[in-house]
Design a protein around this ligand. Structure first.
Ligand SMILES: NC(=O)c1ccc[n+]([C@@H]2O[C@H](COP(=O)([O-])OP(=O)(O)OC[C@H]3O[C@@H](n4cnc5c(N)ncnc54)[C@H](OP(=O)(O)O)[C@@H]3O)[C@@H](O)[C@H]2O)c1
Length: 293
């Protein structure tokens, strides 16, 4: 789609992702992008901020725009799609996509039936409300694409390429797995670091973040570069006495951390078992220590 221009793309929603998308698509549009949201005041604010135009109504945006992004809260998506499907489309074969991670293209079926090319295009990045820097970060970012047809997938991939993004195709029936994996890696990591920080405070450390930062960054870089071969620590060494002391001290001083520690240690042990690097007697000792009492 190099050199491709939209006539006037539309964005449904006025939140963080909606604003970044509108800003990203503007240089590739003949007319400024059109935005619609359920609150006219918030639409006006967002459109002014981004240099877009406010749609007076959703059916106006549907009738005018040659590509439409739906960037609303996940729980509102099905209802918004149903409303849109009852309205006249600007023409057949228009790309209409949503940006939710958890759903594929199936949720857009009413719009596909109405003649649109439908897809899910999930940016695997974080949007916090700074559209200008988020547009810059879109270049080189990965976007998970799930199209309802080959034509829709191709069009969605072309859309991603417009901003220098890299499309990664995810099958419809693997979409929930894709999303679970992202949440496990990024959301649960926050819980893990927060729990470790509280335990460090209880251990008398003034600035847990400063102490953890180099260690955690190295572990992250190693795991991204080398996978499970980036593991270090007492479980890798089969050091059951150390693990036993960890469990005792967590039970005494940070009992709320114990279930997560135990679950992660068991998952780590399972991977070590598959790797075949620990002698069976060490594995058995660690297994019985970590078993839920
Ligand atoms: N933020 C991220 O890091 C990120 C990353 C990748 C993908 N996403 C996806 O992007 C989508 C939007 O997320 P966001 O972070 O931009 O959320 P957001 O900033 O909270 O914005 C959500 C938008 O949805 C609108 N909305 C909520 N309920 C609605 C309804 N019933 N009818 C019509 N509009 C409704 C809101 O309208 P009001 O302003 O009127 O409340 C708002 O414009 C979600 O699917 C999310 O999974 C987010």
């Amino acid at each position: 789609m190099t050199g491709f221009r939209f006539h006037q793309p539309g964005v449904v929603g006025v939140g963080r992702v909606a604003q970044a998308l509108a800003l990203a698509v503007a240089p590739h549009s003949t007319l400024p992008p059109m935005m619609w949201g359920r609150s006219p005041a918030r639409v006006a604010d967002a459109a002014t901020r981004i240099g877009a135009v406010a749609a007076p109504a959703l059916d106006h945006l549907m009738a005018e725009c040659d590509a439409i992004a739906i960037a609303v809260a996940d729980d509102a998506l099905a209802d918004v799609v149903s409303d849109m499907a009852s309205m006249r489309l600007a023409g057949r074969d228009r790309l209409i996509f949503h940006v939710s991670g958890r759903s594929g293209a199936a949720i857009l079926e009413p719009l596909r039936s109405a003649g649109a090319l439908t897809a899910a295009i999930h940016p695997a990045m974080t949007f916090t409300g700074d559209p200008a820097s988020e547009v810059q970060r879109m270049a080189g970012a990965r976007f998970a694409v799930t199209g309802s047809t080959t034509g829709a997938t191709d069009r969605a991939m072309g859309f991603v390429a417009l901003f220098g993004g890299i499309a990664v195709e995810v099958a419809e029936d693997r979409r929930a797995l894709y999303h679970a994996a992202l949440c496990h890696a990024s959301n649960h990591m926050v819980t893990l670091i927060t729990g470790a920080s509280h335990a460090l405070e209880d251990a008398g450390v003034d600035d847990p973040a400063a102490l953890l930062a180099p260690l955690v960054r190295a572990a992250l870089e190693n795991s991204l570069a080398f996978g499970f071969a980036g593991l270090s620590g007492p479980l890798l060494r089969g050091d059951a006495r150390t693990i036993g002391e960890h469990l005792d001290t967590l039970a005494a001083h940070s009992p709320d951390l114990l279930p997560a520690y135990r679950a992660m240690a068991l998952a780590t042990l399972d991977k070590l078992r598959r790797a075949g690097t620990l002698p069976p007697d060490r594995l058995a000792a660690l297994d019985s220590l970590l078993a839920v009492p």
